[in-house]
Each structure stands twice: as C-alpha cells, then as structure tokens.
Design a binder for this molecule. Structure first.
Ligand code: NAP
Length: 388
C-alpha cells in the first residue's frame, strides 16, 4: 500500500526536494501528482463519483489531501478547494485542471457529498455542523469532535465498524461527522492494534519524537529558517514555537493541563480508549518535539494480558495491513522518519521483549509514520473510500 513513487510529485514541504520551503506558501500551488501516461488510462474525475470539498487546501494537510486523492485515484465528480479569505483567488493545478481557491463560506457545501476538513479546530466547530446540515459527510482532521460520543473516531485498519452506519446522501444516507484521530494516536495504534488483538494490551507507555510538520506549514518553514540562522551565527526567529527548535528539542507545544500532561499526551490516552472501545486500557504518554522536518517517531512499551513473545509479535506485525517491519539487529537498521516520509505505511522495529516483565507479558517497539500522510490525509481519504 505504499504510495506510488511518481516522478511528477512535487514535494512542496521537503526542504531536500524543493526550494519552495524558503518562500512563503502564499503563491499559486501546482499540484501535479499524476503520471501523465497513467492519466490517459485512469481518470479519477467520474460522473458517478461524489462531489468533494477540501477545506484548508493551502495548508500542510490540505496539500497532502490532493496528493493522496491523486495517488489513490479517488473517484470524484467535482472538487472544490477552500481556504481562508487570504487565499481566495489563488490558482491550484490539480490533475491537469486549474482550480481557483475559494473562501470558505456556508454555501461552499451546497451539493458537496464529502468534505475533507483540515483548517483547525475552530473552523471545524463553526463549519462542520453547517456542512452536515447540508447533507455533507465531514471527515475532520481537527480534535474538535473526536471525543463526542456519537462521532466515530476511525482508523480504517483498526475500527472500520465504527462508521458502518454512515452512508452518502445519494445512498439514502445523510450528513454526518467522522473524526480522524490525532496523528500520534494513529501511528501508535497502527502498530499496537494487531498485537492488542492477539494478546490484549492492558497498559501502554508511549514516548513521542514529533516532527515540525505536525504543527503545519509555517512550523516547517520556521525550522528551515532557524537552521540557516543558527548555522550563520544569527539569533533564530521564534514565531511558531517561542523557543529555539533547530538543534534542540522540547516538550510538545500543546497546552499543559492541570494534571501535568499536555493536550497531545491526553489525546493518546483518551483516543486509544475510544478507538479500542476499551475504557480500562491504561495509557500514559510523553510527547516531545524534535527538529525533524516530517514524520513522527514513537517508542511504545506494551504490557499484555496474555504472553506475547517477540517472534510472534514480529510475525503479526509483518502480516498487518499498513505496517512494514524494519528490524535488522545485525546492521542496527531500524525505522527512521526519513524512511517513512511521504510513505503510506507505518514502520515498526526494535521489536524486543520487555525484560522488566516476567512471562513474556511486555514488549518494546519503535514506530515511525508520516503524520501528514497516514496521520492525517491518507487516513481521512481511506475513511472517505469506505463511503463509496
Ligand atoms: N500537520 C499535521 O501533521 C496534522 C496531522 C493531523 C491533524 N492535523 C490537523 O489539521 C489541521 C490543519 O493542520 P495543518 O498542519 O495543515 O495546518 P496549516 O499548514 O497551518 O494549514 C491551515 C489551513 O487552514 C486554513 N485556514 C485557516 N484559517 C481559515 C479560515 N478562517 N477559513 C478557512 N480556512 C482557514 C489555511 O488557509 P490559508 O492558507 O488561507 O490561511 C490553511 O489552508 C489542524 O486542525 C491540525 O490539528 C494536522
């Protein structure tokens, strides 16, 4: 299930592949993902496909939505590209057609079957219900609705049944909200769930190493800028994170709560329980920002109800959908953020028995996943595919 490696893909957010990071994103965006030769054979623009809107199309996740839609030949009748007033009028070339970005308004959802939202929680709270009222199924990337009991929180490889009652308007369904889990939660549970199904996780300890891309396009630009400034002996510009990020790391920038955890850590705790439909599973987390451009890494310690030896764990993970095992002890080769950047699969390695627990009841793993892709855009589009 790796994304097709298209020579035509434009890595707008990779400092290694594109000079565009050093420039503001406020410019016409050319998203030309499709291989032109393939386009003559397969057309994603289909009369019988749903009408799709992308909300927040100029952002890090919004841009990835377009890449993933194209990579997966998602069938759509038409597509509406929405962002703030600042971006209205910008042109985006997508699958050989030019579109104009429109300012998000309530009428933007007239006639829209599926809306992919990634414009932040407050926009989701304001416009999500407006879209639902107009019969649109909203797949939301923000945290706005994740913990609302009647809103399914879905990772398609993990709990697709949670959204089985939701149908498109044209299939005698109606408007609805579906929430995409937090990116760290998705990456963690892609690896932990196959093991959980086998031996039941009773406690999970997660430590994250989170990339700049998780904080959006502006944070990625700031990391590049700061890196240049530090190397040039200048004072680093700190607009997004309020402290030096280049050549440093720090506790996640999410708000710290009265219990001492930050919001990102509590998302891992609460969302795992909802997705696994298990209020008893014990989860604790420490979330850290590291100066990596794209893709999160996580160290995950699992305690099981039933024994789980490391060979069985490796076998289970090798057979798990959306997971790839990189676990070469001899050459000390394990997953890295660069291995998974712009890839669909979550990589797992360092699979080893937890020595501190007797009876093979504990396991340590190290997981890396592209959180703009599987942690956001890909997961949302997999959800949308389930509606087709
Ligand atoms: N980055 C990730 O890895 C990741 C992962 C999972 C979930 N998410 C969630 O996805 C959302 C977007 O994240 P991002 O990283 O893509 O952020 P981003 O790069 O900062 O992009 C934000 C997008 O929201 C749009 N927007 C802002 N204000 C708006 C308004 N008033 N009306 C309409 N559109 C507006 C922006 O449009 P303009 O360009 O016009 O300002 C831009 O397209 C957030 O809720 C975030 O928590 C992000």
């Amino acid at each position: 299930m790796q994304a097709a490696a298209s020579a035509h893909r434009l890595h707008l957010f990779s400092p290694f592949a594109s000079p565009s990071l050093s420039q503001p994103l406020a410019k016409p965006c050319a998203i030309r993902v499709r291989n032109p030769a393939a386009a003559t054979v397969r057309m994603a623009l289909r009369e019988d496909g749903p009408s799709v809107a992308v909300v927040g199309v100029t952002g890090a996740v919004g841009q990835e939505f377009l890449r993933v839609l194209s990579d997966r030949d998602f069938p759509y009748r038409d597509i509406r590209l929405l962002a703030s007033r600042r971006s209205a009028g910008k042109r985006i070339t997508f699958e050989d057609r030019e579109y104009t970005v429109e300012e998000l308004r309530p009428e933007s959802f007239d006639g829209i079957d599926i809306a992919l939202f990634s414009a932040g929680g407050s926009i989701s709270k304001e416009f999500g219900p407006v879209a639902v009222e107009r019969g649109t199924i909203v797949v939301d990337n923000s945290s706005a609705f994740r913990m609302v009991p009647e809103v399914p929180l879905v990772i398609p490889e993990v709990n697709p049944e949670a959204m089985s009652h939701i149908k498109l308007k044209g299939r005698s369904g109606k408007g609805a909200l579906i929430a995409n889990p937090n990116c760290s939660t998705i990456i963690c549970l892609m690896a932990a769930t196959p093991l959980h199904r086998h031996a039941k996780v009773v406690r999970m300890v997660v430590s994250t190493y989170q990339a700049a891309s998780g904080a959006g396009a502006a944070a990625m630009e700031e990391l590049v800028q700061q890196t240049r400034e530090v190397l040039d002996g200048k004072e680093p510009t700190c607009n997004i994170f309020k402290k030096q990020y280049a050549f440093n790391l720090f506790s996640h920038n999410a708000a710290v709560l009265p219990n001492g955890y930050n919001e990102e850590e509590m998302k891992l705790v609460k969302e795992t329980r909802k997705i696994w439909n298990d209020t008893n599973v014990k989860v604790t987390a420490t979330c850290i920002r590291v100066p990596v451009m794209r893709a999160h890494a996580e160290s995950v310690n699992l305690q099981f109800e039933k024994p789980m030896d490391e060979d069985t764990a490796r076998q289970i993970l090798e057979g798990a959908a959306g997971v790839v095992v990189i676990d070469d002890r001899d050459s000390n080769h394990f997953p890295t953020p660069l291995d998974v950047s712009s890839k669909d699969d979550v990589a797992v390695g360092r699979i080893r028995q937890d020595l501190s627990l007797d009876g093979n009841l504990g396991l340590d793993i190290f997981v890396c996943g592209d959180q703009i892709r599987k942690g956001a855009a890909l997961n949302a589009i997999q959800i949308a595919e389930k509606l087709l």
